[in-house]
Design a protein around this ligand. Structure first.
Ligand SMILES: Cc1ncc(COP(=O)(O)O)c(C=O)c1O
Length: 442
């Protein structure tokens, strides 16, 4: 090549996927891996019901389901989705306010790359990696964040949010993920109103990722952004990856709220739309399926059954992990992740777990150099020692040490056994450095 052509990256990696390469290597050595890392219900054994498959088979009979769709998405589907918002009676939108993308990952990339590089979105911390990577890539500077507090049931630190918004004039928008990935926090309406008040006072727009808005349990409640936004400009991001669940469809959409009320916001939405136009359109088939699946008589029951299952797993995990020394956990109330935080100062770079197979032991030992984050070191040892694959919490861009796992196992007994193993291994791992350091010096 004439010269170096690769654009320099942000230096950040997508650990949720990165760890898969490590786990696959262990599979080559014969380890049976328990995948607790990625939020894909289907790969964790979710059976797609026959009625849903039949809906898709019927759609496929129409050759137009193989065609391009309009740039913003199928008209009927956008009418259906706009009506869902309008029926709630708090905000009126038109089908033109809805734009489809190839998965929310695509929508997220467009949302940040259409913002001027000196304008920033403040993000929750920890945060779902795709948002953070897209925000940092657009600005080439470290992110602005507000903390989700593990010692207060993962409530966001609203004072910090306001303080940062006030002092960093470059902040133009606030990201909220409700229910949250990775913490499983569900925002009460009151907390959302506090955030919206800040946006109003400092003339910001709201970016709400509502991927999991219909997966809430343990008697918690929330409201969608459209119920509480009032007259502030905002975007709600929604999709079918988790809800149907159909992550392989690569289909998600933006609902633009209060378009036409602020020319600066309208300009921004136009920039997003122009990017989308250059790509023609998004995936057609899943868009056609959305109203047919969501209005199917079985849909509500099916989603409800799945939600009850996540609730059950959330409580199994919480009841075991809450008693583990060295660890802070909160009950997950929405989405299907649980994040555990190691107490301060309990981790170091001397801790290990026994790994019997010599090749695996040396493979893991080669991965854990002195610069590795302590929680990542734990995750690698856990994987090498037990085959259980979780994600280090620091890879969600926080200094909190911990790990995230999923609540997706279809078998509650197997899930309970996995959690019990994790609980035992945490204690064994952390105590391993005490044992070493208490050996008498010869
Ligand atoms: C909060 C959140 N937003 C967006 C996405 C991406 O979803 P999609 O499959 O539609 O790209 C995920 C996937 O895990 C997510 O957890």
């Amino acid at each position: 090549m004439r010269f170096d052509i690769a654009r320099s990256g942000s230096g950040l990696t997508y650990e949720i996927r990165h760890i898969v390469a490590v786990a696959n290597k262990l599979k080559d050595y014969g380890v049976e891996v328990e995948w607790e890392n990625i939020g894909d219900p289907v790969s964790k054994g979710e059976k797609i019901p026959d009625w849903m498959k039949e809906v898709l088979i019927n759609i496929l009979q129409d050759d137009l389901s193989f065609a391009y769709s309009p740039t913003k998405g199928m008209n009927e589907t956008r009418e259906f989705l706009a009506e869902q918002v309008n029926q709630r009676g708090k905000l009126q939108i038109s089908p033109e306010d809805i734009i489809f993308f190839n998965g929310l990952g695509d929508a997220i990339a467009r949302a940040y790359s259409s913002i001027r590089i000196d304008a920033r979105i403040i993000l929750p911390e920890p945060t779902y990696s795709t948002h953070l990577l897209a925000e940092v890539l657009h600005a080439s500077f470290p992110p602005n964040t507000y903390r989700m507090n593990p010692y207060s049931n993962w409530y966001p630190d609203i004072r910090e949010l306001e303080h940062k918004v006030k002092s960093h004039k470059s902040i133009v928008g606030i990201l909220v993920i409700n229910p949250d990935n990775p913490t499983g926090f569900v925002y009460p309406a009151e907390t959302l109103k506090q955030i919206i008040k800040i946006a109003k006072e400092y003339e910001l727009f709201l970016l709400f990722d509502e991927t999991y808005i219909n997966i809430i349990y343990n008697n918690k409640t929330t409201v969608p952004l459209s119920d509480v936004i009032g007259d502030i400009p905002g975007i709600s991001m929604k999709g079918i990856s988790k809800e149907f669940p159909w992550p392989g469809a690569r289909c998600g959409w933006m609902e633009v709220y209060n378009a036409g009320k602020d020319p600066i916001f309208d300009n921004y939405i136009n920039t997003i739309l122009h990017q989308k136009m250059s790509e023609v359109c998004s995936t057609t088939l899943p868009q056609i399926a959305i109203p047919k699946i969501m209005t199917h008589p079985e849909y509500k029951n099916y989603l409800n059954e799945r939600t009850r299952h996540y609730e059950k797993l959330s409580n199994i995990a919480y009841n075991i992990l809450k008693d583990v020394p060295y660890l802070t956990v909160n009950r997950t109330n929405g989405a299907f992740y649980m994040t555990a935080v190691f107490n301060e100062s309990v981790m170091n770079n001397r801790q290990t777990l026994p790994i019997t197979q010599p090749e695996i032991k040396s493979y893991i030992e080669n991965l854990v150099d002195d610069n590795i984050e302590f929680d990542k070191r734990f995750v690698y040892y856990l994987l090498g020692s037990t085959g259980i694959c979780v994600v280090p919490l620091t890879s969600f861009f926080t200094s909190l040490q911990g790990f995230r796992m999923t609540l997706l196992d279809k078998d509650p007994d197997r899930f309970e056994a996995v959690i019990k193993t994790i609980a035992e291994k945490i204690v064994e791992y952390i105590d391993s450095s005490n044992i070493t350091s208490s050996l008498p010096l010869l």
